[in-house]
Design a protein around this ligand. Structure first.
Ligand SMILES: *Cc1c(COP(=O)(O)O)cnc(C)c1O
Length: 218
């Protein structure tokens, strides 16, 4: 696949147009650059993306040069992958927001290494054991703990069910939307290439799109 800036720009525009067909509310787009090399990070920024998403701490470190450059140009970098506590140190200073915060020990470590950081709490709304995210019932305590330690809880993040089944996907997103609204959290971060429409219809305010813009990953 040809990942020229022009192609990436076209695909970003295509995703934005689709989103506009499904909602009149603003939806932020995070372009997920995981597994793509540093040149792609730069190309995505040049194509006009405002936010990029990365999944692996080691990869963030490996691409630190490109990440620093695009952040200097105003692009926000969001960490969206499962994060081991001992890897927080590796991403501190390289990301603007951690969207995959799902447990007390991780909150404590982020508060220690990334004082005042912006975070999203990840919720496992499907009950699948393989997925990251806290149980929905833990959200109030995790919000409180984060705030007590000075973190800025912007919103909730979730990943739809692996099955992709429409009804389950809608229910998972709806549950997270309701939780975010209950706790007056502004950002509802859900929706990927495969469930973009369902996510937008269920009230996402931030979608994370990789393959629909950058093609399949190796
Ligand atoms: C990889 C990934 C995405 C992007 O997935 P696509 O299906 O390529 O759009 C979004 N969110 C998370 C948490 C991911 O790991």
């Amino acid at each position: 696949m040809d990942l020229s800036v022009a192609v990436i720009r076209e695909r970003i525009t295509a995703v934005e147009r689709q989103v506009e067909m499904w909602t009149q509310d603003p939806v932020d787009l995070v372009v997920v650059t995981k597994t793509h090399p540093a040149e792609v990070v730069r190309a995505v920024a040049e194509a006009g993306a405002c936010m990029i998403g990365e999944n692996y701490a080691q990869e963030v470190r490996d691409k630190a040069g490109a990440i620093d450059d695009v952040r200097s140009a105003g692009v926000e970098v969001q960490f969206i992958g499962q994060l081991q506590t001992n890897k927080v140190r590796m991403i501190a200073g390289l990301v603007d927001c951690v969207a995959s915060v799902d447990r007390a020990s991780l909150i404590d470590e982020i508060a220690k290494r990334m004082a005042g950081a912006r975070i999203h709490l990840q919720v496992n709304a499907t009950g699948e054991p393989s997925k990251g995210g806290c149980i929905p019932e833990a959200v109030p305590q995790l919000i409180q703990r984060s705030r007590d330690l000075g973190l800025d809880v912007e919103g909730l993040m979730t990943v739809g069910p692996t099955s992709g089944a429409q009804q389950q996907t809608r229910e998972a997103f709806r549950r997270v939307r309701e939780l975010a609204m209950l706790h007056k959290l502004r950002v509802r971060n859900f929706g990927m290439s495969g469930d973009l429409q369902l996510a937008v219809e269920e009230g996402s305010t931030m979608v994370r799109i990789g393959s629909a813009i950058l093609g399949s990953r190796n």
